[in-house]
Design a binder for this molecule. Structure first.
Ligand code: LLP
Length: 427
């Protein structure tokens, strides 16, 4: 967060709050999320397109009622991909027409609930789902706006993208072999569905716009085919999420404005070439909005030096509050925040307290050589896919999310308690 400073005693303060006081009040491990940074990022995305696009925050990155209220207040829309996310969105007052419903295997009950609530769009992911959604909409006497999710044969992750016929994955309907064109044909025939556009999501933690360029070109190509075959110009194109953030100083993410300019110009150019009116664009950033806004605060429990091998610094959380290192070999940084130290930096591995050796928080980290039990350390950029993918492994209690803003802090998701664990256990 941008409001991080050192106090006179050497500890770190966030938005005017000393991390030692935060640890005292809220305990560790805990996620601290900078509300003003979150709101500023929402505004930056909203304004980047100058009103010419709709921004759907991807709720899977992190969702709570407070987050939904902030999104609503900042003019963003919301992408949900489960009944649980839909319930949270509606419970916190997000207008249904500003919700997009995703997923490759939505249940009939979820679809029913979404249509009944009046969600703005359902993103269709398979031929079976086309029929299922149309049927439920008709039962409810509604005509449901939908997009078709296509796979454009582009896979983009981090610094690379591959544009091949890579279609072997569970999401969407392939452009290759005329599958997507067939999906359009079927949707257009069904009274319960109103086809508003085509959707494409190409990957995650992307820094290079080249993958989006190929994706946009192929989606526009499909729009042109649809016009030629059916005489209709679909009004929307959704280019998904996946924009990267800086986890370490090696990462160099693009600003929303650069991304907006680039996406808008690609779509405009391709549409002009195909003689199409430029459709309304939508995007679905999750990580790029919430990721950088939070850090995890841990307390060091033990420091174990294995002679000539490595030093393990164990913290009071681990893979239950951040599975990303174990799951994706993700890289993070870490800093000593409860005091300053003039000791030499030492290469360590920061690990959790779970019962397996893959329970690593930061694989290779530099911490002062005098790092000791009781020190507080912070791992930045844990706002996305950490709390939302947290587990109760080893009956860990999932940590709270504390919103800090302008010198005050308040819990927006409370820490789990042992009663919470026992409550589910009915045997
Ligand atoms: N839209 C769709 C259709 C998606 O599938 C996703 C992410 C997003 C938007 C948002 O992507 P973002 O802008 O947050 O990258 N658990 C993984 C990430 C999985 C992302 C799945 N889909 C991680 O921790 O890196």
């Amino acid at each position: 967060a941008r409001t991080v400073t050192r106090t006179e005693e050497g500890s770190v303060s966030v938005s005017g709050l000393d991390v030692r006081a935060l640890a005292e009040e809220f305990g560790t491990p805990a996620y601290f999320l900078d509300e003003s940074d979150f709101r500023a990022r929402c505004r930056a995305w909203h304004e980047a397109f100058g009103g010419a696009a709709d921004v759907f925050y991807a709720g899977k990155a992190f969702l709570s009622r407070a987050i939904v209220r902030w999104l609503h207040e900042e003019g963003l829309n919301l992408d949900v991909c489960s009944g649980g996310e839909l319930t949270t969105a509606l419970a916190a007052g997000m207008p249904a027409e500003r919700i997009a419903f995703h997923g490759n295997n939505k249940t009939a009950e979820e679809i029913h609930r979404a249509i009944e609530a009046g969600v703005g769009r359902i993103v269709l992911d398979s031929f079976q789902e086309i029929v299922r959604v149309a049927h439920i909409a008709q039962e409810l006497g509604k005509r449901q706006p939908v997009q078709i999710r296509v796979t454009v044969g582009v896979e983009a992750h981090t610094h690379e993208f591959i544009a091949t016929a890579h279609e072997d994955q569970k999401f969407g309907i392939g452009l290759a072999g005329g599958q997507a064109a067939e999906a359009v044909r079927r949707v257009l025939k069904l009274d319960g569905l109103e086809l508003i556009g085509i959707h494409s999501h190409i990957g995650s933690q992307i820094f290079d716009m080249a993958g989006f360029e190929v994706s946009a070109r192929r989606v526009v190509q499909l729009l042109a085919e649809v016009r030629d075959e059916h005489g209709v110009e679909l009004p929307e194109i959704d280019l998904g999420g996946g924009l990267g953030i800086a986890y370490t100083s090696d990462d160099d993410p693009c600003e929303p404005r650069e991304i907006a300019t680039s996406l808008t110009s690609i779509v405009t150019r391709e549409c002009r070439a195909a003689g199409l009116a430029v459709p309304r664009i939508s995007v679905e950033p999750g990580r790029a909005i919430v990721g950088p806004t939070a850090f995890t605060l841990y307390e060091v429990g033990t420091v174990k030096e294995l002679d000539g091998l490595r030093t393990y610094v164990s913290v009071d959380g681990g893979m239950s509050d951040n599975i990303r290192t174990a799951l994706y070999d993700a890289e993070y940084s870490v800093s000593l925040v409860s005091r300053s130290s003039s000791a030499e930096p030492m290469l360590v591995r920061v690990v959790g307290k779970h019962c397996e050796s893959g329970d690593i928080v930061v694989r290779d980290a530099f911490l002062p050589a005098d790092i000791a039990s009781g020190d507080l350390i912070a791992v930045p950029a844990t706002g996305a896919y950490c709390r939302s993918m947290a587990s109760n492994y080893n009956h860990a209690l999932r940590p709270p999310v504390v919103a800090v803003n302008d010198g005050s802090a308040r819990v927006i998701v409370r820490r789990e308690t042992e009663e919470d664990l026992l409550r589910l256990d009915v045997g």
